[in-house]
Design a protein around this ligand. Structure first.
Ligand code: NDP
Ligand code: A1CAB
Length: 245
């Protein structure tokens, strides 16, 4: 936000500065103690679930009065509240990696949040893509398995498509280029056209053509449908496990 004072805390401030664009007004500090006396309105905790338990105590003095957003996969509001000394103005967010190019999809949940807090969180995550609030905390873990981890699934498919292209006789570099441009093109089409994926998929299939032949294999119940369902189930399960990490 152009008028906000933004401070990034990172154990390695030099590395953090390298992530900021030249001339960025964001200040970088190493420890919460360096911000003693400052009362931020909004704090985003972007630590791994496994380190939250050990790391959060030193943040408690900084957070008084702040709206706190955690992006940690799996870690529930009740545990976050305990780790933050009973802090209650808490929101769970699950963004995804495309936030770095302004195309993120973030899922949000809080227990009975104030309207102003909903508006503040929505503004933060809409600035880097789109956001959606879910009705129950459990849905955040399911959304993590879809949108949080999802970019990696699609990128894994691009990898496999490129490998398959190579196996069919294309040069490796060309196969990679074809696979990634096809992925980007299909995603742009989905975005701009507005019709559901199933409808656009049907538009690619010429009667008795090549796509039908490919999909007949890919969409066998034991192939893509099973692999995707099992992968999402494993990611969802892992989010639930991380609650106790
Ligand atoms: N990657 C993704 O696409 C998404 C990740 N998330 C969530 O974001 C969080 C971060 O994940 P991710 O960015 O992938 O992980 P990273 O390991 O890249 O980032 C974790 C950061 O926390 C720092 N850190 C570790 N221990 C401490 C500590 N004790 N005190 C202060 N800082 C510490 C790490 O520093 P150092 O490198 O020095 O260890 C690192 O900068 C996780 O909770 C994850 O669930 C949510 C949505 C999507
Ligand atoms: O892999 C993870 O645990 C995190 C959460 C969603 C994406 N990355």
């Amino acid at each position: 936000h152009p008028t906000a004072d933004v401070v990034a805390l990172d154990r390695d401030p030099e590395r953090a500065r390298l992530l900021l664009p030249p001339g960025s007004p964001v200040a970088v500090r190493q420890t919460p103690a360096e911000l003693a006396g400052w009362q931020p309105d909004l704090v985003i905790l972007a630590l791994k679930p496994q380190v939250l338990g050990a790391a959060l105590a030193e943040f408690i003095p900084l957070l008084r009065g702040a709206l706190v957003i955690s992006v940690a996969a799996g870690v529930g509001l009740s545990r976050l509240g305990e780790l933050l000394g009973g802090h209650r103005r808490l929101v769970r967010a699950m963004p995804n990696l495309p936030v770095v190019v302004g195309q993120g999809m973030t899922t949000l949940y809080a227990d009975s949040p104030a309207a102003a807090d909903v508006a503040a969180c929505t503004a933060v995550f809409d600035a880097v893509g789109q956001s959606a609030w879910v009705a129950s905390e459990g849905q955040i873990d399911a959304a993590t398995a879809i949108a949080g981890s999802g970019p990696a699934y699609f990128l894994a498919l691009v990898e496999q498509l490129a490998k398959a292209g190579e196996a069919e006789g294309l040069p490796a570099e060309l196969a990679q280029h074809l696979a990634s441009r096809t992925f980007i093109g299909a995603a742009s089409l989905l975005q701009q056209d507005g019709r559901p994926a199933a409808t656009l998929k049907a538009a690619v299939c010429s009667p008795r053509g090549t796509t039908e032949a490919g999909l007949a294999v890919l969409e066998q119940p034991d192939a893509l449908p099973r692999a995707v369902a099992a992968s999402v189930r494993a990611a969802h399960q892992r989010a639930v496990e991380l609650a106790d990490a």
